[in-house]
Design a protein around this ligand. Structure first.
Ligand SMILES: [Fe+2]
Length: 143
């Protein structure tokens, strides 16, 4: 497990498709790739620095998406926000495990990457398409 390269092939194809949000997804994936791929923590200090960066940026990212969805009155906002809340709650349980010295970093990495790739390719694509259409209509109506 330790020597396997991260499966990057899916990364670009699972982006939401809205340039400013795609950049946030790329940064999150870059952070997730720094989580060690082992069953137990071997680099305590590195994780102690990395986890707050992931937590902070993840919340910033969710807030950014939710702000955009509200601004453009995306009809699928409530279930999308629930998805974010469920992922954030699961992440908090991993943080609790880290605090209690029982974190499985490999499992955390698999969860975060898997969740973001799946969510990005499905739920995020829906709001991204909605926003792209809203923006197109905006410019049409102003021309
Ligand atoms: Fe999202």
């Amino acid at each position: 497990m330790e020597n396997l390269p991260p499966p990057k092939d899916n990364d670009e194809s699972s982006l939401p498709g809205l340039p400013e949000m795609d950049e946030q997804h790329r940064y999150l994936l870059k952070l997730f790739d720094r989580i060690e791929q082992s069953f137990t923590v071997t680099r305590q200090a590195a994780l102690a620095a990395l986890l707050p960066e992931i937590e902070g940026y993840l919340h910033f990212h969710f807030a950014s998406e939710e702000h955009l969805m509200r601004h453009y009155r995306f009809p699928g906002f409530p279930p999308h926000q629930s998805d974010h809340e469920a992922a954030a709650a699961r992440f908090v349980r991993f943080l609790d495990d880290f605090e209690a010295n029982r974190l499985n970093p490999g499992a955390l990495r698999i969860f975060l990457r898997g969740w973001l790739l799946d969510h990005g390719a499905t739920a995020d694509r829906e709001y991204a398409a909605w926003i792209a259409a809203c923006r197109e209509n905006f410019f049409k109506s102003k021309s």
